[in-house]
Design a binder for this molecule. Structure first.
Ligand SMILES: NC(=O)c1ccc[n+]([C@@H]2O[C@H](COP(=O)([O-])OP(=O)(O)OC[C@H]3O[C@@H](n4cnc5c(N)ncnc54)[C@H](OP(=O)(O)O)[C@@H]3O)[C@@H](O)[C@H]2O)c1
Length: 283
């Protein structure tokens, strides 16, 4: 990757910009419109939202009124844990599209594999849900379909009956939490891994070892974490509401982390994990 405008290619040939802008915990209305508008002005062309973030309306508004318009931006949304099943999923997708104000979506993900309220029969329900995803994809209402927080075993379960395999798995991924087993499975099966909380939700940024390595390259610790993900063929989704940081998180293409430093980062012991275990989440 040489620029923020560069893309990965999904299994179905669709191009996906190599860095996405995260919007979790950015309130709907002016806050998210302003953050997404700043990101689009600063060169991002990929925005990550979800029904659960409650800000699809503001994301849609910022994208629709951006200089390049709707067609110039890759937008992802996600099906929340209160919805499972074929018909229910189609209805939830319609609501997402109404809030975004779009005719088509670029990427739709199942947000978590085994919601608390559906845990007893999540496998069957995910299969029905996925049938709806395949229907949306075949009808051209969404350009790509995937999952989030699916571990290897959830992917294997889904792929037993899927006619179209997931194209993306969005996982917690950052120094100190690499999910090697699932990432390897994805990479061997043509599933692009996206990194959520690529900065450990900001908690990693004071890590002394990361700070020391970043200083060697004259880069911030955030830039080091994002570059490290890109060097592994992973698509990071940094979030910020601060224009200077939004800009900084695009400046990742004028340095290369050496193999030795990359391995030192890989060896960091378990730090910075913020997410729940997908098999035991309380939501
Ligand atoms: N699929 C899922 O289950 C899931 C779960 C979590 C997140 N996500 C996605 O992944 C995105 C990113 O994850 P995240 O929001 O948890 O966290 P993150 O991107 O790892 O970190 C965001 C935090 O770091 C700060 N920050 C950002 N850039 C910085 C920089 N250059 N220097 C210093 N501080 C910086 C931000 O502060 P300010 O905003 O105050 O600038 C914010 O506090 C989310 O927004 C969402 O789109 C998905």
């Amino acid at each position: 990757m040489k620029a923020i405008s560069d893309t990965y290619t999904l299994a179905n040939g669709i191009a996906i910009p190599c860095v996405g802008f995260g919007t979790w915990q950015v309130p709907d209305g002016d806050a998210v419109v302003s953050a997404v508008s700043s990101a689009l002005e600063l060169g991002y062309t990929h925005i990550d939202t979800a029904a659960a973030y409650g800000n699809e309306a503001g994301v849609g508004k910022a994208v629709r009124r951006s200089p390049g318009g709707r067609e110039s931006v890759f937008v992802t949304s996600k099906l929340w844990n209160d919805v499972r099943g074929y018909r229910e999923t189609l209805e939830a997708f319609d609501k997402t599209m109404e809030r975004l104000g779009f005719d088509t979506l670029d990427l739709f993900l199942i947000h978590w594999p085994a919601p608390y309220r559906f845990r007893d029969n999540y496998r069957e329900l995910n299969r029905e849900t996925w049938r709806a995803f395949e229907e949306l994809y075949r009808a051209g209402r969404v350009r790509a379909i995937g999952v989030s927080n699916f571990l290897r075993h959830h992917l294997e379960e889904l792929m037993e009956t899927a006619e179209i395999p997931p194209m993306v798995d969005q996982l917690e991924f950052h120094p100190g939490w690499m999910q090697q087993d699932t990432v390897s499975f994805c990479q061997q099966n043509g599933i692009l891994v996206e990194a959520w909380s690529p900065l450990g939700s900001g908690k990693l940024l004071q890590d002394p070892q990361l700070c020391e390595i970043a200083a060697k390259y004259g880069k911030s610790t955030a830039q080091l974490c994002l570059r490290w993900a890109l060097q592994k063929g992973i698509l990071p989704l940094p979030k910020s509401v601060t224009p200077e940081r939004i800009r900084q998180n695009t400046q990742l293409f004028d340095f290369v982390i050496s193999a030795e430093d990359e391995q030192a980062i890989d060896r960091l012991s378990c730090v910075g994990r913020t997410g729940s275990d997908p098999d035991n989440a309380k939501f």
